[in-house]
Design a binder for this molecule. Structure first.
Ligand SMILES: Cc1ncc(COP(=O)(O)O)c(C=O)c1O
Length: 434
């Protein structure tokens, strides 16, 4: 029976039971963290070979004969580009390698539009209004970038197959102040959704009014499968090339969750025209990226098969954690009508929707019991979830026994927050005695 169907007396009994469970967990003085999508220590161990790859070598040249210890090769090693090309289905000639962070490359793409402009258009800093489309729920750090530059962010609902494309198409066709859209096309952060073929086709065929519109295609979870039936993302590059729309495509990826966040390699793929623009910026900013890091990644990973083998190791660690969270949600709050959640085939997150008006309270209750979750609202621009219902779970970092305790706290907090809300609502409708 769902909570909504229960009598007020039954709800009160449930509330007393939930309070007892919650207090017992609070008494354990926990200090657990499920806030950020970080790999666990066990995952980081899998890539230690990256650190050893160079020590054993006496020469440091890549296939072109360039000495990776020196300046040069502003756009990175061809061998590492080849690995990314296979990961994100883009020709290797279109790829530029950066240092460790793809987020930094995304920031720079926006920053270049802001200061210098794209496609011969006015720099965005010279415009009264710049708007950016933000599929929600989405990745908080994307939204932080466009907030930092003062853009107006427009929420786009996520459907089961990706962003609402009818809305995207109609908005961008009419309004040239809209300069771009954030996308995580595979295993979206946080909803786990992979865009359908139809959605990818519509993105590749998008005809915005703004000539300097950019699709920020952040393929952060391109090889991060967790099941035997992984999602398949239709490659957008070839379609965009056929449609003549590659100038508006900025594709990103990194090895942050393959080797090391903070010491991996990041990549950006885009059109020849954009590469020329970016080259000017890059070479003014730096004489070149950390090629030794790229080289040791190449020596460790070899090729796409090396990446896939490594990702199987990640899956072996992560799949039981995701299964545990899904099972605990099912067992503790399933059937009560208090929450829905996704069961992703990959990526780093589980997205939980509680009843409207309850998310902040759930996150607060968890914190009071020693479990830190991603802040409620963080998955929306400006940190404002209009429904106050979405909570992002990041199960990857804690060891599995800690995760189990954290999920107990999370589940009982969902029950508590919902029961308090339902009982309050009944008080309002029927008065104190109902
Ligand atoms: C969708 C998405 N993009 C980018 C990043 C960060 O990437 P990087 O470490 O390459 O900057 C994350 C990290 O959680 C992410 O979830």
């Amino acid at each position: 029976m769902t909570y909504a169907e229960m009598s007020t007396a039954s709800l009160r009994r449930e509330l007393s039971a939930a309070k007892r469970e919650y207090t017992a967990l609070q008494d354990q003085k926990l200090s657990l963290n499920m806030a950020r999508g970080k790999p666990s220590a066990a995952q980081l161990e899998l890539a230690l070979g990256v650190l050893e790859a160079l020590k054993a070598r006496s020469e440091f040249a890549n296939s072109n004969g360039d000495d990776c210890r020196n300046y040069g090769l502003w756009d990175g090693l061809p061998e590492m580009k080849r690995i990314f090309a296979a990961m994100i289905d883009v020709p290797e000639e279109q790829i530029i390698l950066g240092n460790n962070s793809s987020l930094e490359m995304m920031f720079d793409v926006i920053s270049r539009g802001y200061t210098h402009g794209y496609n011969g258009c006015k720099p965005w800093c010279k415009l009264d209004t710049v708007k950016f489309l933000c599929p929600v729920p989405g990745y908080d750090r994307h939204f932080s970038i466009t907030e930092y530059f003062g853009f107006e962010m427009v929420n786009i609902p996520m459907n089961a197959d990706g962003p609402d494309m009818d809305l995207v198409e109609s908005l961008v066709a009419e309004d040239d102040a809209i300069k771009g859209i954030w996308c995580v096309p595979k295993y979206s952060n946080p909803s786990g959704i992979t865009y359908s073929d139809e959605v990818v086709r519509r993105f590749a065929a998008l005809r915005p009014k703004a000539k300097d519109f950019k699709i920020m295609w952040d393929n952060a979870y391109c090889v991060h499968d967790l099941t035997d039936t992984p999602d398949r993302l239709l490659p957008i590059w070839d379609l965009a090339e056929k449609n003549g729309t590659v100038d508006q495509l900025m594709i990103f990826a990194s090895t942050s969750k393959i080797s090391f966040p903070g010491a991996g390699v990041a990549a950006l793929a885009t059109s020849d025209g954009n590469i020329q623009d970016i080259k000017k910026h890059f070479l003014t900013q730096s004489i070149g990226p950390d090629k030794l890091n790229q080289l040791r990644h190449v020596l460790f990973l070899h090729d796409i098969n090396g990446v896939r083998a490594l990702m199987k190791g990640h899956r072996a660690i992560l799949e039981p954690k995701f299964t545990l969270c899904e099972d605990m949600l099912e067992r503790n709050v399933g059937g009560l009508g208090v929450a829905t959640w996704n069961k992703p085939n990959g990526g780093y997150f589980i997205s939980v929707n509680v009843l409207p008006g309850c998310a902040k309270e759930v996150v607060r209750l968890c914190k009071e019991a020693g479990v830190v979750l991603t802040g409620a609202g963080a998955t929306y621009p400006y940190g404002k979830d209009p429904e106050d219902s979405n909570i992002r779970l990041a199960p990857t970092f804690p060891p599995i026994d800690e995760l189990e305790t954290a999920m107990q706290v999370m589940c009982v907090s969902i029950r508590l927050a919902t029961l308090e809300k339902l009982l309050d609502e009944r008080k309002e409708v029927y008065g104190q005695t109902a």
